[in-house]
Structure formats: C-alpha cells, structure tokens
Design a protein around this ligand. Structure first.
Ligand SMILES: C[S@@+](CC[C@H](N)C(=O)[O-])C[C@H]1O[C@@H](n2cnc3c(N)ncnc32)[C@H](O)[C@@H]1O
Length: 261
C-alpha cells in the first residue's frame, strides 16, 4: 500500500499531542491565530545536539563521528552494510581512480570507501563549510566549491564513482534533478553512480504518520520511474537497487547505476 492508493483500513490514529494541538488551533482559528511549535534549537537528525557535542560524544566513545551517530540512532554497522552492498554490485573496484561524494557530512562513507580502495582523487561537495573543512583536515579529499546543486569544479566524464548517502532524501526535488544532470555529466564511461532517494513505496501510511509526528520536515519524494528513465536516457544501466532503513527514521531506496563504456 502506498500513499496515493486509497486505504481500506482505518486512517492511522493521531497522537494525544497532535489531537490537542489541532483542537486548540480550531478554537484559535476564529481569531486568525495559530499555535506553532517553538523555534528549533541545534539538532542532528532531530536530536538536540550540536556538532561540537557530537564530536565530544564520538571522542568519549573512541568512535568516528559517523560511527557515533550510528550508535546514537541505534543502527551500528548500517553504512558498512551499504558499502558492502555497493561492493557486491561492483561499484567499489579497487582500480577506481576518481571518486566524488555529495554531502559527505561526518565522513563515514569516505572512511569506509577508502578502506576498500585508494583513489588518486576523492572530491567532495559539502554545503556546510565547517564540515567540508573538517573533512579536508581529516582525510585526503578535495573539498570543491559547493553551490548546492552543481558539480561545476569537476570535469565532464572524469569520475569513476559518484555517490551520495542520505542527501537526496532531504534536498528538494529540483535540487536533486539538477544534481542528477551533473552526476550524468561528470561520470566517466564505465563509471558507477550510487545514491538513495525516497520513493512512494518507502512511504506506507504508518511510516508517513511517523514522519508527520516527528520534528523533521525535510523529506523529499521521487518517482522511481523518473529516476530509472532519467539514467537510462543518459546512457546508464541499473545494476542493483534495494530498500534500506534511513539512519534517523523511515526508509529509502538505494540505486547503483553504471554508465556504458
Ligand atoms: C543527512 S547528512 C548525511 C551525511 C553522510 N552522507 C552520511 O550519510 O553519513 C546530509 C549531508 O549533506 C549535506 N548537504 C545538504 N544539502 C546539500 C547540497 N545541496 N549539496 C551538498 N551537500 C549538501 C549536509 O550538510 C549534510 O552534511
């Protein structure tokens, strides 16, 4: 059952908190007033936590920040499972010379990919400048100027593996479409592409209600058929796809595509 199919079952029940909010807002609506949740404090995946606090927590546990996040969200080993799946699909051949990652965040996938191959060049496009600077200090990567939707600093046909994890599930539809065009441009003949998105099959009514209940408002929805058609039109073939629980909540669909040689 998906979000645009009518459900024969009862709609999911609202929590007590949301029922109270709605009742108050019905009353206030007469006066043109609406109750809204208080402004956001610094959060990571909806948890009240700053980046400095995450780094301290990681240090205290003797973990990398990315591995620490996996522990905090109760999903240790999740990224390793994804990287093992990429490897099984053939997307992590040790001979790959150039890698580009969009939105590397804590650097967890830099760490795991570099454990399997040592590319001559590992470029990153990270919108948060302090994260990009941290990653450049910590790993042999090149932080490219990031405008949030292009890979302008990367030459056409120059990258053997372009990947992104947990990024296109949050960024808006058109931003993702712009990135997909750029990914198709920079991938070398025979190169690999791996990313995850949320498609409607990842959103059954209970999962959708859990998103509504959460403080998070970033979910971005894509059509699976559009993704398949786009990459096929740009000379890629779908190598593998799988559904995977997201780190914070909900599920996403992963893809590995390969560009024709
Ligand atoms: C949810 S985090 C995922 C981090 C990492 N890929 C992982 O899975 O551990 C998303 C990351 O993408 C970055 N980001 C968000 N929008 C972006 C954009 N338009 N271009 C590049 N990076 C972006 C964020 O700053 C953040 O570091």
């Amino acid at each position: 059952m998906t979000i645009d199919e009518p459900s024969p079952a009862q709609p999911p029940k609202l929590s007590a908190r949301r029922r109270i909010e709605r009742a108050i807002n019905r009353g206030l609506g007469r006066f043109g007033i609406k109750l809204v949740r208080q402004g956001r404090t610094q959060t990571i995946g909806g948890r009240r936590m700053s980046e400095a606090q995450l780094l301290r927590a990681a240090r205290a546990r003797g973990l990398s920040p990315g591995a620490c996040l996996e522990e905090l969200f109760g999903r240790p080993g999740r990224a390793e499972e994804i990287v093992a799946w990429m490897h099984a699909a053939g997307a992590l051949d040790p001979r790959l010379a150039t890698v580009c990652e969009i939105g590397p965040g804590s650097g967890l996938y830099i760490q795991l990919v570099r454990a399997r191959l040592q590319p001559m060049r590992y470029e990153i496009y990270e919108i948060a400048p302090q994260r990009a600077a941290y990653l450049e200090r910590r790993y042999p990567v090149i932080a490219q100027p990031t405008d949030g939707e292009t890979l302008t600093a990367t030459e056409t046909g120059s990258i053997d593996l372009v990947h992104a994890h947990g990024v296109f599930v949050t960024t808006p539809f058109l931003t993702n479409c712009a990135y997909f065009e750029e990914i198709a441009r920079v991938t070398a003949p025979g190169g690999w592409v791996c990313f995850d998105i949320v498609t409607k099959d990842c959103l059954d009514p209970d999962t959708l209600e859990a998103w509504i209940e959460s403080p998070l408002r970033y979910l971005s929805l894509h059509s699976r058929a559009h993704i398949d058609r786009f990459f096929e039109r740009h000379g890629f073939e779908l190598v593998d796809t799988m559904e995977m629980p997201l780190l914070v909540q909900g599920r996403a669909r992963y893809f590995v595509f390969r560009k024709s040689a």
